[in-house]
Design a protein around this ligand. Structure first.
Ligand code: B16
Ligand code: MG
Length: 228
């Protein structure tokens, strides 16, 4: 019996990774750091400051600067990157929702399954507003609500509680390694979204929602039992 579905946002409902890539690349270029699309892949699901640390360590893996001055410089850099990222987000529209996602959400809700968003992004609200989909969710937990980002399971456990469900009655939909790991630590079943099954260690991996509806979701529920 499925009580709730918990959706990651970036990479599951909408693909904003190109926006993150362009904004991080601009910052990296200013800092004289080479930054590729492959590097960007490794940032998926991480918090903004963790992403920045990862980029800074590309220039010097041993230079883990700490202290108040280093921290306030990092906050300033992350703020600049975010202002460029938000310029892209402002142009998002309902047409940018990934194929099949909206139908899947409507179908699940009509079947009595509750829905939540659990996103590491502190910009989740702006993205959801641009896509005009907030009415399709019972609750939204974003990066402003949690102290520890994925792979810490905290964000998913808060979503389970807000849905008034148990981990065993929920299923997470996630595109990032950090998110799949967080699902495992939360002991919640996880469907990964990726072009190839080998890319994510989830209970099931699908390329997207075009050929995945309530029927397929219920077969998954019957086959893959709660890990707890
Ligand atoms: P922000 P998700 C994550 O969102 C993104 O995957 C990740 O690439 C990004 O660094 C993180 O949000 C923080 O985003 O800078 O907007 O706070 O996939 O958990 O929905
Ligand atoms: Mg994601």
């Amino acid at each position: 019996m499925i009580g709730g579905l918990i959706f990651d946002l970036d990479g599951v409902i909408v693909d904003t990774s190109e926006f993150h890539y362009q904004a991080w690349k601009r910052l990296a270029a200013e800092l004289g750091i080479a930054f590729t699309r492959d590097d960007n892949e490794k940032l998926k699901g991480l918090s903004r400051l963790e992403s920045l640390d990862t980029i800074l360590s590309l220039a010097n893996p041993y230079n883990h600067q700490t202290g108040v001055a280093a921290q306030s410089r990092k906050i300033e850099l992350a703020k600049r990157k975010n202002s460029w990222y938000l310029e892209f987000v402002r142009n998002l529209a309902p047409d940018d929702i990934l194929p099949g996602v909206e139908n899947f959400l409507v179908e699940c809700r009509q079947s009595g399954i509750k829905t939540a968003i659990a996103s590491s992004s502190k910009n989740a609200k702006a993205v959801i507003d641009s896509l005009a989909i907030s009415h399709l969710f019972d609750c939204i937990v974003d990066g402003t609500r949690v102290a520890k980002a994925k792979p810490n399971p905290q964000i998913f456990l808060i979503a389970v509680k807000k849905l008034n469900e148990k981990p065993g009655s929920c299923i997470i939909l996630e595109d990032a390694l950090a998110g799949v790991e967080a699902a495992r630590l939360a002991r919640i079943r996880c469907i990964g979204i990726a072009p190839e099954p080998a890319l994510l260690p989830a209970d099931l991996v699908i390329p997207g929602f075009l050929n995945f509806g309530i029927k397929e979701l219920c077969s998954f529920d019957r086959l893959i039992r709660n890990p707890a």
